[in-house]
Unconditional design. Structure first.
Length: 87
């Protein structure tokens, strides 16, 4: 009922309501991911996040998690590639 009301009044962006992952990339130094589910792997060279139906692989150098909470994660370092992997 609340979700229907929010959708009708459009108080929140559609991506948030539908739980679609949102990525903000700032150059090669920072990436913020909203609506991720879980951190699957963490190292300075690679981070793997579980999204709804995919995995997001962030590869780079000196990667670290600046902050994270249940809705958003911020990864900083030298980002070389961002890849989606099904399953």
């Amino acid at each position: 009922m609340l979700k229907d009301w929010i959708q009708e009044t459009q108080v929140l962006p559609e991506e948030i309501i539908q739980d679609i992952p949102v990525l903000y990339v700032l150059g090669q130094k920072e990436i913020k991911i909203m609506n991720y589910k879980k951190i699957l792997h963490y190292s300075p060279e690679e981070m793997v996040l579980l999204l709804n139906a995919n995995r997001l692989i962030v590869s780079g150098e000196a990667l670290n998690i600046d902050y994270f909470n249940e809705d958003e994660i911020c990864i900083r370092g030298h980002v070389i590639s961002i890849t989606y992997q099904s399953g």
